[in-house]
Design a protein around this ligand. Structure first.
Ligand SMILES: Cc1cc2nc3c(=O)[nH]c(=O)nc-3n(C[C@H](O)[C@H](O)[C@H](O)COP(=O)(O)OP(=O)(O)OC[C@H]3O[C@@H](n4cnc5c(N)ncnc54)[C@H](O)[C@@H]3O)c2cc1C
Length: 337
């Protein structure tokens, strides 16, 4: 379907659009929140945290995922870390620089206001995760540690070894379980969204199938949040989980939702190819490896198959440092690959 896309970005100067919107949106009285029901499809980092937060605010939430547990969402695979401009390293970082680097990383095609908002609230996200018990790496002094990542000249990545996504998801899951226990969130694992119910142009419910019993059900709500993840598996090779299969998004599209920017698919240039039945997808070697060493190739073609230890320093081409002196080994991944 071809339509006119209205991104609904609020008016005003870039750095105030979403803040103004938040300041002027109508509030829902805490006593009235329990009268409103919200469906969240997906319980990865996006859906799980949305469901937990909405539940904590007092809304009645139903959260759906097709895995046996929210802990198995694809988010668990994220390795490298999460960016925020806290400037702990005093290396000149700022909300604006994080905004700019993110816009640049998106090939200047992302929506600027939304990226600005992301950069603005990134610090709060780190604080929220810490409060939820995410064991980010710390300096010996106890302060949160940062590492450098591709595409940035400052050190702003918060991480938990090579398992940042897993640790973030466990923190998110704990917050979700707290709400499930307190009765504000109903969790529906093994449940696939088959269709979206539209009433007067608004999403007001979903049709589901229980993947174990096959039973189909319908669920009505005042609002539906789709947080059903990426769709990397439209490509032959992907680091996305096999379940990242665009089913929920496609069903919303069939009901009239517009699908924007399919070109925004992240690539991981550093992968271990599938080499046996036990490996269902590409396995990522974290990009964080790049900040721990220097990337080089032999200068002479004939040396390609020589053991690296037999190639002397003078015959190594540190091509990223040569071609991109200001970024060196931390040049953005689409350039480096
Ligand atoms: C290998 C790898 C490493 C990464 N490393 C990083 C990193 O270091 N830093 C970073 O910021 N990002 C990283 N990313 C990206 C990041 O992991 C993802 O963007 C993020 O986790 C997506 O979260 P999500 O909640 O949107 O989706 P997911 O975690 O995929 O969750 C989707 C949810 O939707 C549910 N769902 C989907 N379809 C349906 C349906 N039809 N019915 C019912 N439920 C459905 C699923 O069950 C699941 O619960 C990495 C990605 C990969 C692949």
């Amino acid at each position: 379907m071809i339509g006119t896309l209205d991104p609904k970005i609020p008016p005003g100067p870039l750095d105030q659009k979403w803040r103004n919107h938040q300041d002027h949106s109508r509030l829902v009285n805490p006593n009235n929140r329990r009268k409103l029901e919200i469906i969240v499809v997906g319980s990865g980092l996006a859906g799980g945290s949305a469901a937990a937060t909405l539940g904590e605010l007092g809304y009645r939430v139903k959260c759906f995922c097709f895995q046996d547990s929210p802990r198995r969402a694809h988010s668990i695979a994220a390795q490298g870390g999460i960016n925020a401009a806290k400037n702990y390293q005093n290396d000149g970082d700022s909300v604006y620089r994080l905004f700019y680097d993110t816009i640049k990383g998106g090939d200047f095609r992302s929506r600027e206001a939304n990226v600005y908002r992301l950069a603005e609230i990134a610090n709060n996200i780190i604080d929220q995760c810490v409060a939820q018990g995410v064991p980010f790496a710390r300096e010996y002094s106890g302060y949160l540690a940062n590492r450098s990542f591709g595409g940035a000249q400052v050190s702003r990545t918060f991480y938990a070894r090579g398992q940042t996504g897993q640790q973030l998801l466990l923190g998110c899951y704990q917050a979700l379980c707290r709400q499930v226990a307190s009765g504000t969130v109903g969790m529906f694992p093994y449940t696939e969204m088959l269709d979206l119910v539209i009433v007067n142009g608004q999403a007001k419910g979903i049709v589901t199938r229980n993947l174990r019993s096959g039973k189909m059900e319908r669920h009505a709500a005042d609002a539906v949040v789709l947080a059903s993840g990426g769709y990397g598996n439209v490509f032959y090779l992907s680091t996305n989980a096999r379940g990242s299969n665009v089913t929920a998004t496609y069903r919303a599209y069939k009901r009239g939702a517009l699908f924007a920017n399919p070109s925004f698919t992240q690539i991981h240039p550093t992968c271990i190819p599938v080499s046996g039945d036990y490996q269902s997808k590409l396995t990522l070697m974290s990009e964080s490896l790049r900040n721990d060493g220097r990337v080089w190739v032999p200068k002479r073609k004939e040396d390609r198959f020589k053991p690296p230890s037999e190639i002397p320093e003078g015959e190594r081409d540190y091509y990223l440092e040569r071609k991109y002196p200001s970024y060196g080994n931390l040049a953005p991944r689409d350039i480096s690959s």
